[in-house]
Design a protein around this ligand. Structure first.
Ligand code: FMN
Length: 289
């Protein structure tokens, strides 16, 4: 069964087992049973119902929805409560277009009324120690850069779930990393602040059907006690078939997932300038020892 993006909106407090079974079926493209029964919550429903939205209505995102999503983002766990992230909201069409040029002019960035740029932010912490006249040696290490990326990512995903629960759609934009320096200039980022990814936000266009994209079987990613080599680990033919069916419904070019992944990781060129990232990160002021 396919669900329109506009079906994301939760309007009822009741949700039956059938709804979760149907969402699990969509998530894997095959029948998936649970080993027992549990209360089925709206949070689980929102999570299972996720799909990236690339077609939006022009209607702007209500300010309280943005405010709530940012509070949801701030509710994410944070390494040592360092809160090493920030986010910039962009609604100005010209600025959005300039950022979109970095991302290879993606239609969803043009259409979305709101683009959020999520930042790994060590500048605020640097400011604290500078004001105290104390050292900040820890900021010089890969660990600090990594934790800022992790903090920003957890925060962003909480915002995604909040937006989706309110009937809005989102799409991450990793392509900002094609040229983080240009993004940093456009957003006037201080030293030691890195644009991790963008996120388009808006009301999904109900005229464009967006389905749940099936994932690998749960057993492919879930290990118990130790990482176990899956006996059929080289065989992804079943998943290739499931994704081919998805592509057909979505009118996407037909390609095996394994082929698509091989192309994505096969060459430096497929990284679209992101092979230069380690140098760019250093140029943005991170030391990464
Ligand atoms: C960090 C990150 C960066 C992404 N960058 C882009 C992007 O630049 N353009 C795009 O169309 N989708 C982008 N996506 C969306 C993925 O393509 C999408 O999540 C994936 O195909 C699974 O589809 P789904 O989100 O609908 O389940 C990105 C997703 C993530 C997590």
């Amino acid at each position: 069964m396919s669900i329109l993006a506009s079906d994301n909106i939760n309007t009822s407090d009741e949700m039956g087992t059938d709804r979760i079974s149907s969402l699990l079926q969509q998530r894997y493209g095959t029948q998936q049973e649970l080993s027992g029964s549990l209360p089925e919550t709206k949070v689980i429903e929102t999570l299972l119902n996720h799909r990236s939205v690339r077609f939006y209505l022009p209607q702007s995102v209500p300010a309280p929805a943005v405010e709530l999503a940012i509070s949801a983002a701030q509710s994410a766990p944070s390494s040592s409560n360092l809160q090493a992230w920030s986010v910039v909201a962009i609604e100005d069409k010209d600025r959005k277009a300039r950022i979109n040029a970095v991302a290879g002019n993606q239609k969803q960035i043009e259409q979305a009324p709101l683009l959020l740029v999520w930042l790994a932010d060590l500048a605020r912490l640097r400011g604290i120690t500078d004001a105290q006249g104390s050292p900040a040696e820890g900021l010089e290490y890969l660990e600090s850069f990594l934790l800022a990326i992790i903090d920003a990512t957890l925060a962003a995903q909480n915002a995604v779930v909040a937006f989706e629960s309110l009937g809005l759609g989102t799409c991450y934009i990793g392509a900002l990393r094609n040229n983080p320096m240009a993004v940093a200039k456009e957003l006037a980022l201080p030293k030691e602040v890195f644009p991790v990814f963008g996120l388009t936000v808006g009301y999904p266009d109900p005229a464009i059907r967006t389905d749940v994209k099936p994932r690998l079987p749960r057993s492919r990613v879930f290990h118990r006690e130790q990482y176990e080599a899956n006996p059929d680990s080289g065989d992804f033919s079943a998943y290739n078939k499931v994704l081919r069916a998805f592509q057909k419904i979505q009118l996407m070019p037909a390609i095996d997932w394994t082929e698509q992944m091989s192309r994505r990781i096969g060459t430096k060129e497929a990284l679209k300038n992101r092979d230069a990232l380690s140098g760019v990160v250093k140029a943005l002021g991170f030391q990464i020892k």
